[in-house]
Write a protein that binds this ligand. Structure first.
Ligand code: GLC
Length: 568
């Protein structure tokens, strides 16, 4: 296998709950993944990243881990994991698993032991327990808010039943934060890393990699603007406001700079330690950071040469479909990551954000993490949304570096807006009294076969979130072989990306002769010229062999919301 594969890899995110259900209980599972690896090989990706499948009460869809070294029965067994891993490797697909080190589930045996033990005990010291404020200790130790809404502290009853200490949870109350200043916690995570590395995984996506260390004394903090991001927005400050194609409201551009729980310098020491551990293993195992900090040079700290290999580029994800904004964020990304010798990553969708087939065509801003539903405004028609999404993906897949895809985007799936209230499961929905819809709309189980029960997600059982009728036309088998389909666009783009070594290339912006339209963006990467038209008027394309177009051309001209690749 090639060296430094991660610098150019296309990595496909699998959300196991919603990928494929082999045992027919309505919930996706590991055997379902194994059964569809051939489809992913056919798509042309290099690696998969699996969201958590570990033992968990599923209060945050598995990001609340009760046992880091086992598989939840919902998803199968460790033997199913090994079978999946072997099959993926046999097909040349690397496997990255999710590591959730900021917090455990409240059902983790350590947290249960902490509840049973006394204040000041070694058991409590693995988490962040504190006495409350006020004479009776009945006010939280500080004013921090949970990312999912409501206070970030919950009070427990001591073993004798009296009201007791409080514990910190930056997310749901079922997700107590570990105390990473405690060496016992560090040692436990080294053990967990080794457990999966010994099984043969190719790396880890590290959840909330900006949150593990909190400022000394846990000082009060009030964010500068309304919250609701997934823990601090990226974003290139000032570029997303009222530009055409509102994406997300970058409601906080500097939260990461001041918040005493995000991006504290102490986190980096942890990753240096992990990097040393990973480097003991053959086969280039990697670490990828989910670090929602801002601006990009700050994100780049996570990928300094002795730390992680990759960090998600959320600034790119949050950029609207606007030529000037895209150019700014691409330059800023290449510069910031390049300065530390790391590749840039690119990403448009994941399990926490509104799918880009909807998001990039919203006409009103919607705060990140709030999701969409009946009360949302500015929703696009499906056709307009997917057209723009295809253009955005064709632009992204031509950029040098590594790209992340989220399951279902290759089918052009939009956000599901009309989920019934009773079906919603995101803790955000409950913790905000049903004000923020949360992330269920991007997590609806995938359609595989237009005519099968549950669109082929699983033969029997009721999918854990209801699938819309649109899934019938967007099912994988309905798109396979149709050259105009989104699936075939992705396949062609990934094949050409590989053939022209675009991931390892160099980007050079260029002007097109005779085109003076600020909505048009063009760059060369090696022998490919990429032209993206983010506006609405068609523009003439230069001569040359058309390698790829995200939508039909208009008598040889490039219409709005379309991207073309031309042999240069
Ligand atoms: C990350 C995950 C998200 C989860 C949160 C808490 O942001 O991507 O899904 O809810 O962390 O673990």
């Amino acid at each position: 296998m090639t060296s430094e594969w991660w610098r150019t890899a296309t990595i496909y995110q699998i959300y196991p709950r919603s990928f494929a259900d082999a045992n027919g209980d309505g919930m996706g599972d590991l055997a379902g993944i194994t059964a569809h690896l051939a489809d992913l090989q056919e798509l042309g990706i290099d690696a998969i990243w699996l969201s958590p499948f570990y033992t968990s009460p599923q209060r945050d869809a598995g990001y609340d881990v009760a046992d880091y070294c086992d598989v939840d029965p919902l998803f199968g067994t460790l033997a199913d994991f090994d079978a999946m891993l072997a099959e993926a490797h046999a097909r040349g697909i690397r496997v990255i698993v999710d590591l959730v080190p900021n917090h455990s589930s409240d059902e983790h045996e350590w947290f249960q032991a902490a509840l049973a033990a006394a204040p000041g005990s070694a058991e409590r010291a693995r988490y962040l327990f504190r006495d409350g404020r006020g004479p009776a200790g009945d006010e939280p130790p500080n004013n921090w808010e949970s990312v999912f809404g409501g206070p970030a502290w919950t009070r427990i009853a001591e073993a004798d039943g009296t009201p007791g200490q409080w514990y910190l949870h930056l997310f749901d109350s079922s997700q107590p934060d570990f105390d990473w200043t405690n060496e016992e916690v560090r040692e436990e995570f080294r053990r967990i890393l080794r457990f999966w590395l010994d099984r043969g995984v190719d790396g880890f996506r590290v959840d909330v990699a900006h949150g593990m260390i909190k400022a000394d004394g846990l000082p009060d903090y009030t964010p500068p603007a309304e919250g609701g991001s997934m823990g601090g927005a990226g974003g290139v400050a000032g570029d997303a406001g009222d530009a055409a194609g509102v994406a997300l409201e970058p409601e906080i551009s500097d939260e990461g700079d001041g918040a005493p729980y995000w991006g504290q310098d102490g986190v980096h020491e942890i990753y240096r330690d992990w990097r040393t551990l990973l480097d003991e293993y053959a086969g280039e195992r990697i670490l990828a950071a989910e670090a929602w900090v801002d601006p990009l040079p700050r994100v780049a700290k996570w990928v300094r040469p002795d730390e992680m290999h990759q960090a998600f580029n959320f600034a790119y994800l949050e950029t609207p479909w606007n030529a000037a904004a895209l150019r700014t964020v691409v330059d800023a990304s290449l510069e910031a990551f390049g300065a530390v010798g790391a590749p840039s990553t690119w990403v448009l969708s994941n399990h926490d954000v509104v799918r880009h087939a909807t998001r990039l065509a919203l006409t009103e801003a919607n705060p990140q993490g709030h999701g969409l539903g009946a009360r949302s405004k500015g929703l696009p028609e499906y056709a307009a949304g997917v057209r723009r999404a295809r253009a955005a993906t064709a632009f992204m897949l031509a950029l040098p570096g590594s790209s992340y895809l989220y399951q279902g985007e290759e089918l052009g799936l939009p956000e599901v807006i009309d989920l019934p209230d009773e079906a919603r499961q995101d803790p955000t929905w409950f913790r905000t009294d049903r004000e923020r819809y949360g992330r269920d709309g991007c997590r609806v189980p995938l359609p595989w076969n237009a005519d099968a029960a549950n669109y082929g997600f699983g033969e029997t059982g009721t999918p854990w979130l209801p699938q819309p009728e649109l899934w019938g036309t967007l099912a994988r088998d309905a798109q396979r072989g149709d050259p105009d389909s989104t699936l075939e666009l992705y396949r062609a783009a990934l094949r050409l990306r590989r053939e022209h070594a675009l991931g390892a290339g160099r980007l050079e912006w260029t002007e097109l002769d005779g085109v003076d339209d600020p909505s048009v963006l063009a760059f060369r990467n090696g022998d490919v010229l990429v032209v993206a038209n983010t506006g609405s008027d068609a523009v003439a394309l230069p001569a040359g062999e058309l390698l790829l177009a995200s939508g039909p051309l208009d008598a040889g001209a490039l219409p709005g919301d379309t991207t073309a690749w031309i042999a240069a």
